[in-house]
Ligand binder design. Structure first.
Ligand SMILES: Nc1ncnc2c1ncn2[C@@H]1O[C@H](COP(=O)(O)OP(=O)(O)OP(=O)(O)O)[C@@H](O)[C@H]1O
Ligand SMILES: [Mg+2]
Length: 241
């Protein structure tokens, strides 16, 4: 059997009304100069339905540290995506949220470019090959001041970091059109989001729908991003259990 990819902390969500428990593993330095120490307090998410509001998350607290992977675990419908969306500042017109976000000791909202969010749904163009997908993404996401050769270099390094170098010329593929495996597609989605070297990474169920071997490879790639490119990344991933 494979080793378990390193997960430093687990936040267990049992039901939408329970208070989650946080188990932390190894202790690590709280020096946050080169990373994001994220704390959330009194996090509420309410579904808005006319005048009535139905709370789906109530008064949650928690934290995530640089250089560590925090797994948010719980059954379907317990509020994992709602929590990630609230932390990442993703707006949903049907919900209202209230939360105190503290980043490196200061109460603030998430600045653009600090974080990247990888959603549960895949949004890749089926007819492109990996190198095209990643190279086009560098053109769209990296600044115009960055040279073409630097962008190409960033694309190639990131493809390798995600372990996709052997599939560089493979088409994404879709229904009736063979291409990348489910795990490779998931790693490609992550690859696109980390091109900008974000210090904080949110992943919503990166292993859903994958078999255990593919899940292992995806989680190992994610865990390897904790300390890469001279950055101590804070990684928060939700997982069905
Ligand atoms: N816009 C919405 N309108 C109504 N109910 C909502 C809305 N968004 C979330 N909910 C409800 O809030 C609860 C939590 O949803 P959420 O998507 O966060 O669960 P989850 O833990 O991510 O589940 P899964 O593992 O299936 O993705 C669910 O009961 C869901 O039906
Ligand atoms: Mg979800």
């Amino acid at each position: 059997m494979h080793d378990r990819p390193e997960i430093e902390a687990v936040l267990e969500m049992e039901s939408i009304n329970s208070t989650p428990r946080i188990h932390t593993g190894k202790s690590s330095s709280t020096n946050t100069e080169d990373g994001v120490f994220l704390t959330w307090k009194d996090l509420w998410v309410t579904v808005v339905n006319g005048k009535n509001g139905r709370p789906i998350l109530q008064g949650l607290i928690g934290f995530a540290r640089p250089g560590e992977l925090l797994a948010i675990m719980g059954p379907s419908g317990c509020g994992k995506s709602a929590l990630l969306n609230a932390l990442a500042g993703i707006l949903d017109p049907h919900t209202r949220k209230a939360v105190d976000i503290i980043i490196n000791g200061h109460k603030q909202t998430m600045a653009y470019g600090t974080s990247a969010y990888i959603t549960q749904d895949e949004a890749l163009i089926h007819t492109l090959i990996i190198t095209e997908v990643v190279y086009y993404s560098t053109q769209l996401r990296l600044p115009n001041t960055m040279s073409r050769s630097k962008k190409k270099q960033r694309a190639e390094t990131t493809i390798r970091e995600m372990g996709l170098q052997d599939a560089m010329n493979t088409r994404v593929g879709g229904w009736g059109n063979n291409g990348l495996s489910g795990g490779e597609k998931r790693r490609l989605s992550i690859c696109i989001e980390i091109l900008t070297l974000p210090k904080l990474l949110f992943l919503d169920e990166p292993t859903s729908g994958l078999d255990s071997a593919s899940s292992y490879h995806v989680m190992r790639s994610i865990a390897s991003l904790k300390r890469r490119d001279g950055i101590r990344r804070t990684i928060i991933a939700s997982m069905y259990n």
